[in-house]
Design a protein around this ligand. Structure first.
Ligand SMILES: Cc1ncc(COP(=O)(O)O)c(C=O)c1O
Length: 357
């Protein structure tokens, strides 16, 4: 990136595969603009829904193994719309304490009772589900936790939801395109299927490199969302050229595994270098590698010092993360080089050696 005229290496983007700048994706975007213009002009249900949106929805459904998929303009809107469409007063939403803000806000705005359970604690979730006898039950969880990079106990969630006849929704914003042998995401990674996870959501602005999000599920779910999700109904459809570019991205995810392989090589290399330099890491094996510093001021100072050395790692502070856990949230990408990773680790080590996680 270039900041104030100076070149810096970014270690905080979610463009995990480098597809945002892939020449074929850029070309597809430009051709989409030439065909459709820039804006969609209206909501999907008026006349903003183009052939490109439709084709993308069909391809996303096929790729994820669900009967249908529905596009939203952002992931935040998908999560708000989903909760609001499915539950209301008298129902209960259960959420992991470390869920992304959009899931928490979705639960809060739905009017249902929101119950949060300790991070990845399936026993506690089970107990809390036992206390609710009436109304619908919806369990929502990040698949890869956005600030910690660890993965939800998916099989535990599947079994518990089944026992309690609860809907299970997974937000695969940080898994789609990168997890699993062919990049299909959390289901492929955990050998689960669309029969286990009734509601699947993923964003397109991260590994896919474009923008927007989708929810995948069965016919009843998608028809309910089309009729009831206010963040779907009452907003302008995403520009069709984004859908055209996303179709190309999806093709690359399927046909060019080297991006995923490069990412994995970089994750492994970063972890190995950090270990050798005694930098305390968390439990993550994904592209999200947080280094917990604790105090806000210290975290900001380290981030500023990294920037002075040409390395961009923004400081993540409360309320985005719990008090006392301010951190450097490092994200790896397929496009980083070994020497860039070495430089990062070298500079971080001068600030963190001796910390315990
Ligand atoms: C887990 C998770 N869900 C949802 C979102 C929101 O997606 P979007 O940026 O498309 O609004 C994000 C991050 O942006 C996220 O990390």
């Amino acid at each position: 990136m270039i900041i104030d005229g100076r070149k810096v290496i970014s270690f905080c983007s979610n463009d995990y595969l480098g597809l945002a700048n892939h020449p074929d994706v850029k070309k597809a975007f430009i051709s989409g603009v030439e065909q459709y213009g820039v804006g969609s002009g209206a909501a999907h249900l008026i006349n903003g829904h183009t052939k490109a949106h439709h084709e993308l929805e069909e391809k996303l459904a096929e790729f994820t193994g669900y009967p249908r998929a529905l596009l939203f303009s952002t992931g935040y809107m998908a999560n708000l719309g989903l909760a609001q469409a499915l539950v209301s007063r008298g129902d209960t939403v259960f959420e992991d304490r470390l869920n992304h803000a959009s899931l928490i806000d979705g639960g809060l705005l739905s009017g249902a009772r929101l119950i949060r359970y300790p991070h990845n604690d399936i026993d506690q979730l089970n107990e809390k589900l036992n206390t609710r006898e009436s109304g619908e039950k919806l369990v929502m969880s990040d698949s890869v936790f956005s600030m910690d990079g660890d993965i939800a106990d998916t099989n535990g969630l599947v079994n518990t939801c089944r026992q309690h006849d609860a809907w299970l929704m997974l937000d695969d914003a940080h898994g789609f395109g990168v997890l699993g042998k062919t990049g299909k995401g959390i289901l492929e990674h955990t050998s689960t299927t669309s029969n286990d996870v009734s509601i699947y959501m993923a964003t397109l602005g991260k590994a896919v490199g474009t923008a927007g999000a989708f929810i995948a599920g069965n016919d009843d779910l998608i028809e309910t969302l089309i009729q009831q999700a206010r963040t779907y109904v009452y907003t302008t459809a995403q520009p069709p050229a984004i859908a055209v570019a996303t179709i190309e991205s999806l093709r690359l995810i399927k046909n060019e595994p080297q991006h995923r392989e490069n990412l994995q090589t970089n994750i492994n290399y970063f972890k190995q270098c950090a270990k050798e330099s005694e930098i305390p890491l968390g439990k993550s094996d994904t592209a999200i590698q947080p280094i917990i510093i604790g105090e806000v001021e210290k975290t900001v100072k380290i981030s500023e010092s990294l920037l002075e050395n040409g390395l961009l790692v923004t400081a993540i502070r409360p309320p985005t993360v719990p008090t006392g856990t301010a951190r450097l949230r490092i994200t790896l990408s397929a496009t980083q080089t070994k020497s860039q990773i070495e430089l990062l680790v070298e500079h971080i080590a001068t600030h963190t050696t001796g910390n315990s996680y």
